[in-house]
Design a protein around this ligand. Structure first.
Ligand SMILES: NC(=O)c1ccc[n+]([C@@H]2O[C@H](COP(=O)([O-])OP(=O)(O)OC[C@H]3O[C@@H](n4cnc5c(N)ncnc54)[C@H](O)[C@@H]3O)[C@@H](O)[C@H]2O)c1
Length: 262
């Protein structure tokens, strides 16, 4: 029996079997959690539906976080299956493609900034607020962030400030929900080739540099992020809230000039 047996998990953010959320849903299912998945828009309904069937999900529901009505109705739909939620995974990020190329000031616009913050950061608070009445006493909320929140990574541009906002949101939500026993954390993943990542100019170089510089001398896998989410979602992590947990082969803590050969 897995260490998540009996837990009920809502996982957002699956667009394909390369999505980080796919790795997370897979790891949660392996540890015995029941799943409800969400998909963004009709175009993804079929693909995520098939993934849901493969992972044994109890339901696959629509969620576009740009739409308040989707956020409001998601948990009414979840309530048709479950009375409580133990794990909520927010693995959603977006910025207009033109904002993820070139220099920061060249690429920035009010629209790009609004969209990036709305979809990538505010949506976590909006989902937490809407899920709140259904959260179990020891529920765990998990979001996905990146080192661009604290360092000016080339090409990441407006997603950097949006991830900084997401991490601040995570801490405020953790402070709000802590008294009721609910934990809220972020996983800061090293670069992984996914649909969202392929929109970032120079992403391939980012992958190479991260693997060269990381103490483990490689990039991380979806499965490693998934296993970390399974841990954070479980009672094994009962003392951890308000944290950013790095799963990046150690890249975040090495000095810029360090390489394995020096
Ligand atoms: N891939 C990486 O290198 C990396 C590293 C660190 C953090 N992350 C973060 O992980 C999360 C998942 O991204 P991924 O890399 O798996 O890419 P992905 O493209 O597979 O997933 C991004 C998801 O966001 C969803 N999404 C975008 N706009 C949405 C909206 N309006 N409503 C609902 N869903 C919406 C997409 O449908 C998709 O499922 C993102 O927050 C991303 O920033 C990714």
């Amino acid at each position: 029996m897995g260490f998540l047996a009996g837990k009920k998990a809502v996982v957002t953010g699956i667009a394909s079997d390369r999505s980080i959320a796919y790795g997370i849903a897979n790891a949660l299912a392996e540890q015995g959690a029941s799943l409800i998945l969400t998909y963004q828009g009709d175009k993804l309904a079929d693909r995520v539906g098939k993934i849901g069937a493969q992972l044994g999900a109890e339901a696959v529901l629509p969620l576009d976080v740009a739409r308040d009505e989707d956020i409001d109705t998601l948990f009414d739909s979840v309530a048709e299956y479950w009375s409580q939620i133990d794990i909520l995974v927010h693995a959603i990020g977006f910025a207009p493609r033109e904002a993820l190329a070139g220099g920061y000031l060249d690429s920035i616009s009010r629209d790009a900034s609004n969209v990036a913050h709305d979809i990538s950061a505010y949506s976590f608070a909006a989902l937490a607020k809407s899920a709140r009445p259904m959260l179990s006493d020891n529920a765990s909320l998990i979001t996905m962030t990146y080192l661009g929140s604290e360092r000016a990574m080339p090409g990441y541009n407006i997603m950097g400030p949006a991830k900084a906002s997401l991490e601040a949101n995570m801490r405020f939500i953790a402070a709000d929900l802590g008294p009721s026993g609910v934990r809220v954390n972020a996983i800061s993943a090293g670069p992984i080739k996914t649909l969202a990542a392929s929109g970032i100019e120079g992403f391939r170089d980012l992958l190479t540099r991260a693997a060269d510089m990381a103490p483990l001398q490689r990039n991380v896998t979806q499965a490693e992020i998934g296993n970390t989410a399974a841990f954070l979602g479980s009672d094994l992590a009962s003392g951890i809230t308000g944290e950013v947990l790095y799963v990046d082969a150690g890249y975040n803590m090495v000095g810029a000039a360090h390489t394995a050969n020096e």
